[in-house]
Design a protein around this ligand. Sequence first.
Ligand SMILES: NC(=O)c1ccc[n+]([C@@H]2O[C@H](COP(=O)([O-])OP(=O)(O)OC[C@H]3O[C@@H](n4cnc5c(N)ncnc54)[C@H](OP(=O)(O)O)[C@@H]3O)[C@@H](O)[C@H]2O)c1
Length: 340
Amino acid sequence: MIRVGINGYGTIGKRVADAVRAQPDMAVVGVAKTRPNHEAQTAIRNGFDLYAAIEERKPRFGEAGIKLAGDVDELVDASDVVVDACPSGVGAQNADMYREHDTPALLQGGESADVVDSSFNARANYDTVEGDDLVRVVSCNTTGLSRLVAPLRERYGIEKVRATLVRRGGDPAQTGRGPINDILPNPVSLPSHHGPDVNTIFPELAIDTLGLKVPATLMHTHSVNVTLESEPAAAEVRALLADERRTFVIPEWLGIDGAGAIKELAQDAGRPRADVWENCIWGESISMEGRDLYLFQAIHQESDVVPENVDAIRAVLGTTSQAESVATTDEAMGLDEPLA
Ligand SMILES: NC(=O)c1ccc[n+]([C@@H]2O[C@H](COP(=O)([O-])OP(=O)(O)OC[C@H]3O[C@@H](n4cnc5c(N)ncnc54)[C@H](OP(=O)(O)O)[C@@H]3O)[C@@H](O)[C@H]2O)c1
């Protein structure tokens, strides 16, 4: 069994912890937090050993009646690999600790590509990260774009990607985020950071991205134009994307008109936390104009990177092939059960 520590038990960390625990070849050593809040309570309720991330704050856990298993150092030491799901920038601060313990670590998309050895997407570059000390599982948006780009590039070749990312203002629990009643070009200057981030996965890809932020919490929506090197029929592209493991082509008959309905579908399907791990591409939006492909896709920011983290664990340790890892991850999480 691969022993996995989770440092940072928030939106991403708690989902990764559950996904890792579901795997037949992995065990969660424990999770680390800085303070005893409702997420610490969730960790205890779910039976995870809790470690203190900050020495001086340890007494607070005792005052809240929460028993600690140890310090984060001990968690790192006892782990074969650590998933760092701390807030953006904290992962980079933790890098020295992982190096000192000689424990490979997976950082998340909020960290700069400069602080890691490699950036990871299971569909695109699984085989490139084995043996690295620090690997970055790219952000939700970059994951969504990479899953789309990989099969298109392999089958048709890509001349240029242009994507406009309509981004949720914050996650449902992020009460301090916004906008509340506005539509922000964000960043207002071009390109947004997402294109260069996709280039950490596909270095040669020509891609321009623009970003906006809107008063929504459910999902991001991408409006995508890809100029291909050949001219397939829209139906052919649709079949290609429907065949991918982590893209769900939404059939028209479902009557899904937006992110709310997608989340409702996931909830009704019994998905944990109503998570939508796959890219959701509106089938009828897949259109070809000459060599230009157009489509809309929705990306669940809280969960699409979760299976990617699980695969990155096997990839960095070199325990299995890409195909085997992805199949195992999907089956253990229930991602092989299509949403419809
Ligand atoms: N949410 C998303 O949409 C999303 C999507 C893809 C990637 N990401 C990336 O994933 C990373 C985590 O994001 P998130 O949304 O999960 O953040 P989050 O919900 O704020 O969770 C981070 C957790 O880390 C804990 N923490 C803070 N400082 C820590 C430290 N020094 N050591 C250990 N734990 C610490 C925080 O809890 P306590 O302080 O209470 O312990 C918090 O619960 C970021 O890089 C982010 O950019 C986020």
